[in-house]
Design a protein around this ligand. Structure first.
Ligand code: PLP
Length: 397
């Protein structure tokens, strides 16, 4: 089908939650994708941080093929071999003790919200159910996760929000401390806010949250849906700050392109999820956990964390040379989660980049967000730089 034909059917038959889209993408290999019309694009968005090993990584594809021939799905009423293997890998490479598998970031956050409330009740504080979250956060699109997301634009039309969420400014420890009361059970935070504009907290903020949780017996939840695995240059994002939350959530690049989410917790918190308390039919099914296991094995074998650090630094150095000549004021982020901050609206620039063959996204009007595959190389970063420079010229910036 041509792009126009796909667009016509999609417009007719699919609800319009994503608006008008520039491209129909039909094929991918490594850092590149091809449109239905045969044009090649350098993908610096990676399906919004999903294709961590690039498109159709051979080890992920072969794991999916092998598993598809063996067993596609069985219920979680039975033990599942690749699910057990994936959980072992996740636990052995971090500081948390047990996993719950689901299908998306929002579902992982739902699981985190539920386990935090249950744990605090089990610990003898039955009335404590409030969760403190941060302005500009993004935690998903289910009712509980939009309620946790402190951005009114995601609430509009869906009110009332679920009770039990208290919003405070990001990167403000005093605000968190003032919001804590006898009803508080947890703090939920993205270690770097990606959708909110690639906002990096001051040093001491995340460890300060850890300290507040310890002093007030609160559950510290890191939403690492976008930052783990490997995107920040460490296997789990929290490891780059040297602190351990009680609960983390993941999704996005965990499956190397396959849809999977995970919530991990310390053993004491995990014990609150007893039989019957939570479940997901497809959660951790054989196909996606085989894909995720292959993804994580590849990340470890090919030292992808180191690559994310080195290429992140290379990208910042390279793109910083645009400052002064263009309205680029700052480059924020860590590893391969980067935001180029412009003093002007960057939406036309993002659209021009796509016209010129570079896929990226504009966040919060002024920030061009780069989430390239974690195994990206210098050559592709140089290519992205050239395409961006060309696009800046084309839009007159
Ligand atoms: N949490 C964060 C930090 C995210 O960036 C996202 C999605 O962008 C989500 C949660 C929701 O994930 P999903 O779209 O898989 O439900």
């Amino acid at each position: 089908m041509t792009t126009a034909e796909i667009k016509a059917w999609a417009t007719e038959y699919i609800m319009n939650t994503y608006g008008d889209r520039q491209l129909a993408l039909v094929k991918g290999e490594g850092a590149y994708v091809w449109s239905a019309d045969g044009k090649k694009y350098l993908d610096f968005l990676s399906g919004i941080a999903v294709n961590g090993l690039g498109h159709c990584h051979p080890k992920v594809v072969s794991a999916i093929q092998n598993q598809a021939e063996k067993l596609l799905h069985v219920s979680n009423l039975y033990y599942i071999e690749p699910q057990a293997q994936l959980a072992k890998l996740l636990v052995e490479n971090g500081d948390l003790d047990q996993c719950f598998f689901c299908n998306s970031g929002a579902e992982a956050n739902e699981a985190a919200i539920k386990i935090a409330r249950k744990f605090v009740k089990d610990s003898g504080r039955p009335k404590a159910n409030e969760i403190i979250t941060m302005n500009q956060s993004f935690h998903g699109r289910t009712m509980a996760t939009i309620s946790a997301t402190a951005q009114p634009k995601y609430h509009k039309g869906f009110e009332p929000m679920l009770p039990g969420f208290v919003y405070v400014p990001y990167d403000d420890l005093d605000a968190v401390e003032s919001a804590i009361n006898e009803n508080t059970c947890a703090i939920l935070v993205e270690p770097i806010q990606s959708e909110g504009g690639v906002n990096v907290p001051s040093s001491g903020y995340l460890s300060g949250l850890r300290d507040l949780c310890d002093r007030n017996e609160l559950v510290l939840i890191f939403d690492e849906v976008q930052t783990s695995p490997a995107r920040l240059g460490t296997f789990f994002g929290y490891q780059s700050w040297g602190i351990t939350p009680d609960v983390i959530t993941m999704a996005k690049s965990l499956g190397g392109g396959a849809p999977i989410g995970a919530m991990m917790a310390t053993r004491s918190v995990a014990e609150s999820f007893v039989p019957g308390t939570h479940a997901a039919t497809f959660g951790g099914n054989p196909l996606v956990t085989a894909a995720a296991t292959a993804t994580l094995e590849t990340i470890l074998e090919e030292d992808i964390c180191q690559n994310a650090t080195e290429m992140g630094d290379y990208m910042v150095n390279k793109f910083s040379t645009l400052k002064g000549r263009h309205p680029l004021t700052d480059i924020r982020g860590r590893g391969l989660l980067r935001g180029l901050v412009f003093s002007v609206d960057a939406k036309p620039l993002a659209a021009k980049c796509a016209d010129n063959g570079l896929i990226t996204i504009c966040t919060n009007d002024h920030v061009l967000r780069f989430l390239p595959p974690l195994n990206i190389g210098k050559q592709q970063i140089d290519e992205a730089y050239q395409l961006l420079e060309q696009s800046l010229a084309d839009v007159g910036l």
